[in-house]
Design a binder for this molecule. Structure first.
Ligand SMILES: Cc1cc2nc3c(=O)[nH]c(=O)nc-3n(C[C@H](O)[C@H](O)[C@H](O)COP(=O)(O)OP(=O)(O)OC[C@H]3O[C@@H](n4cnc5c(N)ncnc54)[C@H](O)[C@@H]3O)c2cc1C
Length: 482
């Protein structure tokens, strides 16, 4: 099913001179123009958006990025920056009109420097997230950004979507982990800001503009990121809880009792577990019988007097007596810990197997998560027959992934036609609770037309004027975000 934006094909003659100059300016190893070779760059991770492009650029130096953007700007050729192409909102692939070149950062992928004493790492934008984590680990440091796609997403994409993931609770979003950025502006100028300074109050913090901008203002080519000491004394547990309200109460208890050592706190609805166990090998129920709601949480030291694990164990007895926790297990080995996380991290793949899902990546104030679920689950179930709502996510951040799975037997076309109605239903509940229609995945192509309904006129106008100032020719990722 393709949602590639249709549109009149651009006259070849308009694009040809600029494309020819790009091929001259960049060495042949830095571009692709064969349709088969370009295929992985024009289809998104879910296979929902399929675009077309005359050229995929794969620069391996900042100078090549700069030269390419200057040419594109001069010839008014649209540019779609791409990292690992794991984005979930269609922002990393071109539209269907074939008028944009893809600029992939996949060959600009070196670790530039690691300062263990200063707790910073400086990397090219094309570095794979897991490789940054490993580089930090090798020097006894910790880079906390962590998400299911970490083996293939790239840090430039993480920064451009302001990715969240499972450890936001303790370490913040990608934005919070960034000290400095290097960005190539749409006209080819390089904004050099690779500083590891913790303090720098010399005017507007320009790097913030590019974080979360989804490639609409420039191309991130490098970043200096924060590192941390490695977490010690890690406790990972999989608990069945009485309800989302009980999960919220447990969340508060855990933050208090671990001296804010809670790193991750994920809420899972039973249908999610069934979906994973059905479709993903080497997964199984950590508990003996099924329950309706679960939390998967992880806490880490510093080692406290009585020991983190025994502290949590002792408190669990009281939580069970109070009826918050119904059952549970604490990982006794690293293999068990990884097995718990495998369930959580397989959710996206498991959904992919079972047809189309209309996805909602929403956030509400943390204390409104139970109310959101109490309203959204029955509303979605009643919306039409056979619809399968599934809810899970980073509940400690108020971020719920609320996805509606295609009823068995319903055609793709009929299901997709219902998308605007179902989006409205979920997003209106979110808005009434003071929430956001995109907690961490961004707007992309998927939510662009919905955004103005949920953002103030003043905010939309300011975003448009920033865009016009930084990218006056509108070459950067048109059709995405704004
Ligand atoms: C299994 C799975 C699990 C996921 N879990 C999470 C999760 O827990 N939390 C979360 O936040 N996301 C999650 N995601 C979504 C996705 O992985 C993130 O959005 C990720 O940050 C995208 O990185 P990427 O390198 O793949 O970017 P891409 O998909 O290539 O691009 C994303 C956007 O950034 C722009 N962009 C990419 N690189 C640059 C650059 N160098 N300069 C300027 N713009 C650029 C693109 O134009 C596009 O608009 C998940 C995805 C999958 C498939």
């Amino acid at each position: 099913v393709s949602r590639g934006v249709a549109g009149a094909a651009p006259e070849r003659s308009r694009l040809e001179p600029g494309i020819a100059r790009l091929k001259e300016a960049l060495p042949p190893r830095s571009w692709l123009d064969e349709p088969a070779a370009m295929e992985p760059y024009v289809v998104d991770w879910r296979g929902l958006y399929r675009g077309r492009s005359p050229l995929v650029l794969r620069p391996d130096t900042v100078e090549q990025v700069s030269a390419a953007l200057a040419i594109c700007n001069e010839h008014r050729i649209a540019v779609v920056p791409q990292g690992g192409n794991t984005g979930l909102t269609g922002g990393s692939v071109p539209a269907g009109d074939g008028a944009a070149v893809v600029l992939s950062l996949d060959r600009l992928d070196r670790i530039r420097a690691l300062d263990a004493a200063g707790f910073t790492i400086t990397v090219d934008a094309g570095c794979i997230l897991a490789e940054i984590q490993s580089a930090a680990d090798a020097t006894d440091r910790f880079f906390p950004l962590s998400l299911g796609a970490e083996g293939s997403c790239r840090i430039g994409g993480n920064l451009s979507t302001n990715a969240g993931g499972i450890q936001v609770l303790r370490y913040g979003m990608a934005r919070d982990l960034t000290l400095g950025l290097e960005v190539v502006l749409p006209d080819g100028r390089v904004l050099e800001g690779l500083s590891g300074l913790r303090k720098d109050n010399t005017g507007y913090d320009l790097k913030q503009l590019f974080i979360g901008a989804e490639g609409t203002l420039g191309v991130i080519t490098g970043a200096t990121l924060k590192l941390f000491p490695k977490p010690m004394d890690r406790v990972t547990a999989f608990y069945a809880v009485a309800s989302p309200a009980a999960a919220l109460a447990l969340f508060g208890e855990l933050r208090e009792r671990t001296a804010d050592g809670l790193i991750a706190f994920e809420l899972l609805h039973r249908p999610i577990l069934d979906l994973v166990f059905r479709n993903i090998p080497r997964t199984g129920d950590p508990l003996e019988r099924p329950y309706e709601w679960y939390v998967l949480f992880e806490a880490a030291g510093p080692p406290i007097a009585q020991g983190l694990a025994s502290g949590i164990e002792a408190a669990t007895e009281a939580w069970m007596e109070a009826g918050l926790v119904l059952d549970g297990t604490v990982a006794a080995t690293e293999a068990q810990r990884l097995a718990f996380w495998r369930i959580r991290e397989s959710v996206a793949d498991a959904q992919k197997v079972e047809g189309i899902g209309i996805r909602h990546d929403v956030s509400v104030p943390v204390n409104a998560v139970p109310e959101f679920l109490a309203r959204a689950l029955p509303a979605a179930t009643a919306a039409f027959e056979g619809l399968r709502p599934i809810a899970f996510g980073h509940a400690g951040d108020g971020n719920i992934h609320f996805n509606l799975l295609q009823p068995p037997g319903m055609s793709d076309a009929v299901f997709l036609e219902a998308t605007p109605r179902l989006n409205r239903l979920v997003h209106d509940i979110v808005a009434s609770l003071g929430g956001s229609i995109s907690a961490e995945h961004g707007i992309g192509r998927l939510r662009r037309t919905e955004l103005p309904a949920y953002k103030s006129e003043a905010a939309m106008a300011l975003m448009h004027s920033l865009k016009a100032t930084l990218d006056p020719n509108g070459i950067m990722n048109p059709g995405v975000l704004l």
